[in-house]
Design a protein around this ligand. Structure first.
Ligand code: MN
Length: 155
């Protein structure tokens, strides 16, 4: 078994914040508490608390009237969670799942998946993209022989 990463994994909540902050910075050029609160459906007061905590932990710099910027460490975590989110979305999309299911599942899976599994899914995704027949079969459902039949009632 490969050694586990020694860096402590960020909590799901921290990852969700960093992910949204990076997304806001990339799309709007800046991230404000009000926008983060809206995206995460959390009160502005709670967002302010969390943002101050993330500042203390060295993941971002928060200035009350000027918004916030990610530090190098914060940006690295943000890029990492964003990568996991996009990879898992692409993968489930490839399998033909509907967007609601994809969104629901990815928001949970992205926080728990290990780097080893990320690499395996990256590899699998690349292979699947060049196998349209296999993809079509996957989208159609399991082969008949794998469908469990109800046992016939005994007479
Ligand atoms: Mn996400």
């Amino acid at each position: 078994m490969p050694p586990r990463s020694i860096t402590r994994a960020a909590s799901s909540a921290v990852e969700d914040y960093l992910e949204q902050i990076l997304e806001l910075i990339n799309t709007k050029g800046y991230a404000r508490v009000v926008d983060i609160a809206e995206r995460l459906s959390i009160s502005q007061a709670s967002v302010t608390n969390m943002v101050q905590k993330l500042d203390t932990e060295g993941l971002l710099k928060y200035e009350k009237y000027r918004g916030l910027v990610l530090t190098t460490a914060g940006e690295e975590l943000a890029r990492n969670i964003t990568h996991r989110h996009n990879l898992l979305s692409d993968f489930l999309q490839l399998l033909g799942l509907d967007s609601q299911t994809i969104h629901h599942d990815v928001e949970g899976m992205e926080h728990h998946i290990s780097p080893e599994t990320v690499r395996a899914i990256e590899c699998l995704t690349e292979h699947l993209k060049s196998r349209p027949a296999l993809l079509a079969a996957i989208r159609t459902g399991p082969p008949r022989k794998l469908v469990r039949k109800k046992a016939a009632p005994k007479v």
